[in-house]
Ligand binder design. Structure first.
Ligand SMILES: Cc1cc2nc3c(=O)[nH]c(=O)nc-3n(C[C@H](O)[C@H](O)[C@H](O)COP(=O)(O)OP(=O)(O)OC[C@H]3O[C@@H](n4cnc5c(N)ncnc54)[C@H](O)[C@@H]3O)c2cc1C
Length: 415
């Protein structure tokens, strides 16, 4: 097992760290204040111009699309701005994801944000040449955004085989009907396409009933019914929407991989995406621990720095242990994925998908408590960070589903 980065990956990580320090961190406070103002007075869904400026700078420096996986990057890394012109392994990309996870805007600045990265990977791995030209290239170029529509309000969607929205082949078209929700990214006007999962053959076996296809957001019959809030946060400028599909017709060429292949694609999609989420959560937890230490040393109560009161030193030590051990767990999962693909890392990826959000939630919660009332306010970014970590105990599969898989694999060794 070797987690040491290649010289190229180490250099890229260091350049991303420099970029964060010089360009992202200094503007974040103003960015969030301006966004709050936009929320009150205008349209918070169109990204503020500062984000475009930062994206242009990141791209100029080749710090663009760094998520592109080595085995599928092909010529795209060179064509669309990745310095060095090739993709990274999961182990190599992990520290970069950790750095970007410290900030709510950085993943977008580097064109490495979910769900676009997962969607781009689907197109890289399973898309036809035409689909890649029409949708993948503009995504890599940063001209459009995308969403992933699987979860439905009407059915328990932690079981992907439950989906009821339909995608029925009719001649050389597919007709799409139904309702999705928690469709992340749909609030942004640049979101031009949804990877939609629909029931296409109810009589097939449960893992071949569903089809994935590309549905343009401007197709007649697609309607964003409302934007959802996550614990009071709307997550502008991307957001999470409830979307209805009424007799939406798309060409059959929009089907990804083939009818009935949705389940296989969903499985293939989530390995690297979960590594990215988990490493970003580690960055977020590091950021919260730093904030807790700074506040704990700077503020005094009962004659002592807050860090020295009660059990706070132990809490800080426990946070360090939790972050470092989770990082090792995630790097191990990334390494297993690099060695043998998603099937080689089924348990490990589910393990980190449980461990990282729970760890981050606890560390951020500790930091909030150390900040007193301020920790729950919008003056600090901890409340939003907590919500983000809490969200990831559900998004991409609830904790319980991942625990179920880990237990099944574990018990399987003894049967
Ligand atoms: C902020 C946010 C963003 C999201 N983004 C997207 C997106 O972009 N696209 C998309 O398609 N979806 C998205 N989701 C949806 C997310 O993936 C689902 O919420 C999740 O898969 C759970 O489905 P559900 O909400 O229908 O819960 P249900 O399936 O109704 O499950 C409810 C609860 O039942 C319990 N449970 C379920 N299965 C088991 C089990 N096997 N063992 C034990 N207990 C179990 C769990 O406690 C679970 O939380 C997002 C969700 C959130 C909160």
């Amino acid at each position: 097992m070797d987690f040491s980065p290649t010289p190229r990956a180490a250099a890229l990580t260091s350049r991303v760290a420099d970029f964060m320090r010089e360009h992202v961190t200094p503007i974040e406070g103003d960015y969030h204040r301006d966004l709050a103002e936009q929320r009150r007075t205008g349209d918070p869904w169109t990204p503020l111009p500062v984000l475009d400026e930062l994206r242009a700078k990141a791209r100029e420096q080749g710090l663009w699309n760094l998520f592109l996986p080595r085995e599928h990057a092909g010529e795209y890394a060179a064509r669309f701005g990745t310095d060095g012109g090739e993709g990274l392994t999961n182990v190599d990309y992990a520290p970069i994801a950790e750095l970007t996870g410290r900030s709510a805007i950085a993943p977008y600045v580097f064109n490495c944000n979910a769900p676009d990265t997962g969607n781009m990977e689907v197109l890289l791995k399973y898309g036809s040449a035409e689909q890649r030209e029409q949708w993948l290239e503009p995504l890599l170029d940063g001209r459009i955004r995308s969403a992933f529509g699987m979860t439905e309000p009407g059915v328990a969607s932690s079981d992907a085989t439950n989906m009821e929205a339909t995608a029925i082949v009719d001649g050389d078209e597919v007709v799409v009907n139904g309702r999705k929700w928690w469709t992340t990214g749909i609030g942004n006007p640049d979101c031009k396409v949804i990877i939609f999962m629909g029931l296409s053959d109810p009589d097939a076996d449960r893992h071949h009933r569903h089809t994935m296809l590309l549905v343009p957001t401007d197709a007649p019959g697609v309607k964003v019914e409302r934007m959802l809030s996550t614990m009071g946060i709307q997550d502008e400028p991307f957001g999470h929407g409830e979307v209805s599909f009424t007799d939406v017709r798309v060409p059959i060429g929009n089907v990804i991989s083939g009818p009935g292949e949705a389940f296989a694609i969903a499985q293939g999609r989530l390995g690297p995406g979960r590594i990215h989420h988990c490493m970003r959560l580690i960055g977020l937890a590091e950021h919260a621990l730093e904030a807790a230490c700074a506040r704990g040393l700077a503020r005094t109560a009962f004659g002592k720095p807050i860090a020295d009161l009660g059990g706070n030193r132990e809490r800080i030590a426990d946070a360090r242990i939790a972050i470092d051990s989770t990082r090792l767990l995630v790097l191990h999962a990334a390494w297993k994925l690099d060695q043998g693909g998603p099937r080689n890392a089924l348990s490990e990826v589910s393990q980190i998908k449980v461990a990282a959000p729970n760890m981050a939630q606890q560390v951020i919660d500790m930091a909030m408590q150390m900040h007193g009332g301020a920790g729950l306010s919008d003056d600090f970014d901890l409340a939003a960070a907590w919500t983000n970590a809490r969200t990831l105990r559900l998004a991409d599969g609830p904790d319980e589903v991942h625990r179920g898989l880990i237990a099944r694999l574990e018990l399987g060794k003894h049967q």
